[in-house]
Design a protein around this ligand. Structure first.
Ligand SMILES: NC(=O)c1ccc[n+]([C@@H]2O[C@H](COP(=O)([O-])OP(=O)(O)OC[C@H]3O[C@@H](n4cnc5c(N)ncnc54)[C@H](O)[C@@H]3O)[C@@H](O)[C@H]2O)c1
Length: 380
């Protein structure tokens, strides 16, 4: 087994999910790599110290540059706000590190393209954390589609709904609330939530070629936590868009943080010639599947409880019928990433794969402004 010295940047929400994945991996997966939690980096020294103690990191850094340059680090894991992904990833690539980076790849496609260039020039393994692909039921959906069970696909329908920014008194900026500050987030629900839906959609149903979007910012000004001033809100609070896929199918995507009652309702449905598939994050172990070719008297939606030993990833965990959760998708992606490093067959999404999602986000935001259909740039 090879030692893998990890330098994790960011000890917020995602820092916790990734730290947990490094800890759990060797307990459940036969990886060639044994992660060693070498360093945790965060601008907030107190937070970093407490995080190091809780998760067992050997050291802390408060300047990401120092962590990236350290010779005893093999893998840089970027769990920082979106505005620093590019700078950190490019520096890590130049330093010859393997890179795992949280989604979205970058603030925009232009920045993302520079990141792709940097990792490919350096020849370092790279991966973007679109973790929803690795919920067992979503991975099973991919298997059914790849087996041709749906036949020709006509429709793709995705939603990601939340309700946490409805109050006009919620400030923008700072921990977690950087999501409302366009200078740090790049965009609102498009880059934060729809990027997940777009990544899953491209993975399941192929490239998206054009989009027509409407976006809205419901609360126009908010106090900024860091400056203390009331500042203009530059993010999209809500976004809905129509899309066409290269395979001829039509799609609708919707996301908002103003859907009262919904905390993280990510759903998608795909309708094909022979079958349909539906998945709901709130019932994440179930894949709803309708097979038209079943005999008429038993035809109907079936609810597959994706917990059996022959379901994706499930033989690594407990016994059939028992469930796993959100955090396990991060263990799965880490296992796949490291297997890709070991075998030389990189796990997807690489930076290059995630750039295509970024180009869709760019086209969606452009269409929200132009109020016209926009073509999606293809990654060359
Ligand atoms: N895959 C997912 O489902 C998912 C979910 C949430 C967030 N994310 C992504 O993960 C990233 C981080 O989000 P989060 O929710 O963990 O944010 P967070 O606010 O919870 O944590 C960010 C941490 O980074 C630190 N930080 C900020 N700027 C820094 C800098 N320049 N140098 C060092 N430390 C710095 C902060 O002090 C904080 O501890 C974002 O890109 C976000 O889009 C992905």
């Amino acid at each position: 087994m090879k030692t893998l010295n990890v330098g994790l940047l960011g000890c917020g929400f995602m820092g916790r999910t990734h730290a947990n994945a490094y800890r759990r991996l060797p307990n459940f997966f036969d990886s060639e790599y044994q992660p060693v939690l070498k360093a945790i980096g965060d601008v907030n020294a107190e937070k970093a110290k407490a995080f190091a103690q809780r998760w067992g990191f050997e050291s802390i850094e408060t300047d990401w540059r120092k962590l990236v340059e350290r010779e005893d680090i093999d893998l840089v894991d970027i769990c920082l706000p979106n505005n620093v992904h590019a700078e950190v990833a490019i520096a890590a690539a130049k330093a010859g590190k393997m890179i795992i980076c949280e989604k979205p790849l970058a603030m925009n496609g232009q920045q993302g393209a520079l990141m792709v260039k940097a990792v490919e020039k350096a020849g370092v393994p790279n991966f973007i954390s679109y973790n929803y692909r690795r919920f067992p039921a979503v991975t099973l959906a991919k298997k059914l589609i790849d087996e041709g069970k749906l036949g020709r696909v006509f429709h793709y329908r995705a939603k990601f709904l939340q309700d946490w920014t409805i109050s006009k008194d919620l400030p923008q900026g700072g921990d977690a609330l950087w999501r409302l500050d366009v200078k740090v987030a790049g965009s609102g629900v498009t880059g934060d939530l729809l990027a997940h839906c777009i990544d899953t959609a491209i993975w399941l149903n192929g490239p998206i070629t054009e989009v027509c979007a409407m976006t809205e910012t419901f609360i126009k000004e908010r106090k900024h936590q860091l400056t203390g001033k009331v500042e203009k809100v530059g993010i999209d609070d809500a976004c809905a868009f129509l899309a066409r896929f290269a395979n001829g199918s039509l799609a609708t995507f919707e996301s908002t943080r103003y859907a009262r009652g919904h905390k993280a309702l990510y759903t998608f449905e795909i309708n094909g010639e022979h079958a349909s598939i539906f998945w709901d994050l709130h019932d994440s172990h179930r894949l709803q599947y309708f097979e038209h070719r079943d005999p008429g008297y038993i035809r109907g939606w079936r609810s597959i409880h994706v917990t059996d030993g022959d379901h994706p990833y499930m033989n690594k965990w407990w016994v059939p019928g028992l469930t796993i959760g959100y955090e396990h998708s991060f263990v799965h992606q880490l296992a796949d990433f490291l297997e890709g490093v070991a075998t030389g067959k990189p796990a997807s999404p690489t930076f290059r794969d995630a750039l295509q999602t970024q180009y869709v986000c760019d086209a969606v935001l452009a269409s929200g402004q132009s109020r016209k259909w926009e073509k999606v740039k293809a990654v060359k």
